[in-house]
Design a binder for this molecule. Structure first.
Ligand SMILES: O=C(O)CCC(=O)C(=O)O
Ligand SMILES: [Fe+2]
Length: 307
């Protein structure tokens, strides 16, 4: 069922329907939203899918400059060593140099499209499907704070961002149906942020036989997978071209943040241009997870588990 649906959306351009949703009213009002490039919480449009309890959708709560901020972080900063990327195995970026810098200096479009994922914090080993203590990098403080702010706004308290996968999609990229089950803490929600071109997102059930629902994920949209939906199959069969109004509409300009050089790039059109050019044919998804149970200090390494 999931596979058939995946193929259907991959080959056609059907509009997904998202009719069966219920609106959620948030009682919370966070003051620090603007520090993260978010509009005030009281203006957020938040929905839960009726057929998938626990799947929460926040319709683009970001300001344009806020969207730009996270895009610059993903392209220029999170892609840097020692964070692990799919490029590590390919030896395409010379020692001492960084991917984004090399792409810009040589206008290297081929290399630009080769980056598919970066992991932050605990690295998820795709082969063994485990997170290991030895494989841990530093988790970016700004992304951890953004994630906690989003979680708390939805009443998920004490969310600790410990791992993230940043997925970089181009117009022909897909992500096949899977569940995210390697985290030790499966009660904590999974927070997914999308920027750039639009994705068709499929959300199925606990098995591949359940019929999935399809929805558009546009630039700035946030999906939170929690409770019953936390372990459901999901995937991205198609990326669709969108216009760039989401990150180019400057009605506001009061964004301040510790990363002054990033904010400066977001506000200066000439500095922003290469990032905007990338985004015109790409989608970036940041998928944030809590790995540990609350109170658990560290993961057991494999040898600990055996003894
Ligand atoms: O790109 C997306 O919207 C989903 C990404 C995802 O499911 C994952 O990284 O596990
Ligand atoms: Fe996933």
């Amino acid at each position: 069922m999931f596979k058939d649906c995946f193929k259907y959306y991959k080959s056609k351009n059907p509009p997904p329907d998202l009719e069966k949703v219920r609106r959620i009213n948030l009682e919370k009002t966070g003051n620090s939203a603007s520090n993260f490039g978010l509009n005030p919480v009281k203006t957020w449009e938040v929905y839960e899918l009726v057929d998938h309890p626990g799947l929460i959708f926040i319709k683009n709560p970001f300001t344009s400059i806020g969207q730009r901020y996270w895009v610059v972080r993903c392209l220029q900063d999170y892609s840097k060593r020692p964070n692990k990327t799919n490029l590590d195995a390919l030896n395409l970026v010379p020692e001492g140099k960084e991917w984004w810098e090399v792409c810009q200096n040589n206008n290297n479009k081929i290399l630009m499209n080769k980056l598919r994922w970066v992991t932050l914090g605990y690295h998820h080993d795709w082969e063994s499907k485990v997170y290991a203590e030895e494989n841990k990098g530093e988790f970016p403080k700004d992304l951890a704070e953004l994630s906690r702010f989003i979680a708390e706004s939805l009443n998920f308290l004490h969310f600790n961002a410990e791992a993230a996968i940043v997925n970089y999609y181009h117009m022909d990229s897909t992500l096949s149906g899977h569940t995210d089950h390697s985290e030790h803490n499966l009660k904590a929600p999974l927070i997914s942020l999308s920027f750039g071109q639009t994705a068709i997102f499929l959300l199925g059930g606990k098995t591949k036989d359940d019929e999935p629902s399809a929805m558009f994920l546009r630039s700035g949209d946030i999906v939170v997978m929690s409770e019953e939906s936390r372990l459901c199959y999901h995937g991205v069969p198609k990326i669709l071209q969108m216009d760039s109004r989401f990150w180019n509409c400057f009605e506001e300009n009061d964004f301040t943040n510790d990363c002054k050089n990033v904010v400066n790039i977001c506000k200066e059109e000439t500095l922003w241009k290469p990032f905007g050019d990338y985004l015109n044919n790409s989608r970036i998804n940041i998928n944030v997870r809590q790995v540990l149970q609350r109170g658990q200090k560290r993961l057991c390494s494999e040898s600990d588990e055996k003894t």
